[in-house]
Design a protein around this ligand. Sequence first.
Ligand code: PLP
Length: 518
Amino acid sequence: MSLSGSAAPAPTAAGPVASAAARAHLFTTGTVERYRHVLADGIDRVATRIAAADRPCTGVTPDDLAPRVAAVDLDRPLGDTGAALDELHDVYLRDAVYFHHPRYLAHLNCPVVIPALLGEAVLSAVNSSLDTWDQSAGGTLVERRLVDWTAARIGLGPTADGIFTSGGTQSNLQAMLLAREEAYARVAGSSTTRLSRPEVLSRLRVVTSTAGHFSVQKAAKLLGLAADAVITVATDADRRMRADDLAATIARCQRDGLVVMAVVATAGTTDFGSIDPLPRIAGICTAAGVWLHVDAAYGCGLLVSPTRRHLLDGIEQADSVTVDYHKSFFQPVSSSALIVRDRRVLRHATWHADYLNPARMVEQRIPNQVDKSIQTTRRFDALKLWLTLRIMGPDAIGALFDEVVDRAAGAWRMLTADPRFEVVTRSQLSTVVFRYRPTGVGRDLVDAANLHAREALAASGAALVAGTKVDGAHYLKFTLLNPETTLDDVACVLDLVADHAGRYVRTAIGGTMACPVA
Ligand SMILES: *Cc1c(COP(=O)(O)O)cnc(C)c1O
């Protein structure tokens, strides 16, 4: 009896042929020429698109774009790189949002430096995974050097360490994890009665300011803390944490039998670019024995500023620091790190798996970064910063950041001198929060006009600005991270905002009011 009975499908040539064709796409020793050509094609398309970008976006809507994306049959490949890039133009490149454009003034997205793009190409091609030494070799050491370099810039001293992360949200989450475990050990260790873990966790509190980042709230939720675990203290007129309120809050917690596991100070709030008074906050934390985390996701660019490093004074007293190189070091997403004062606290992120990082490897001093990370497989994002520092150097990055901070100061002066607008505070970094404010018009209409102006601007694609709420009212926000943005760009966008908002107001009140639009 034949083993290949008639029920089994007859072998066809399709299998081996398809597999051979597929293998031509694998990046291996035999396909480096294809790699060169395909990547060069892709780079050429991007270069052409960027060169042609006369607006930061096209104003495309989800309804415009969704049918084009839905029409792609993912089970029927085009086979050919050129055709796929043509299609990509249609579904993505033509209508993408271009942070490279000088009139992109919305969120904390920076244009990126070319050395980092080179790094991105190298790291994805070699595809090291930074979890263990046996998957990365030199990548591990490069990452460690950059962590040490950043820690030295912060001024954290010889016991510092850290880890690259996917972003500020993850850095803040890990910082809160470490702080939670330190606080838990302290409370459980000093208690005379045996407290259950849930009992201890329910008493932990995190204190930040009302202008702190929402990822702190998310972290508290993910870490199983109480629903009211994050206490926000007031800010002053410049949107900086009020140190006196912080001290009072910590004292109140202690009186109530609660445990402040961390204070999160912000060095560069997302909306206002304000830097909390770090030296005073550090003093309060030291006196109270509380972990100080500094969220410098935005303000970290000052670490390399040739003229403004002093704005971060006090950061060297932190127990942990979040830095987002993809915010103010002109790095592509993702590039971020959590840096800690005492490397031993990173043990709270350690778990030994037999197949990956058994405990004996620690004794053998094998540098496995997974022992410090909440991720396992992890990109070699550090390479982008490495090439940036090796080609441009830190002063050059700092000079770019200084330039956008200067530009924001110029925009602030322009706005304060313009009767059409109202400005909130003068940012220490590179944001400007403002709104169109015609006189003699009710609050609701002012809100609606500003909301409308933002949307109309985005729909036209002429410029992108952000929006936020200040004390319940709608405001607009510039985040200036592109040194190519000139004050002329800013003036032009302000005219567009005033046009859109002014027209909205005039229509709403039936054209009866003489509008103060110039
Ligand atoms: C952007 C930001 C974060 C979050 O960082 P991601 O990289 O977006 O995850 C945290 N804190 C502050 C102050 C930020 O501005």
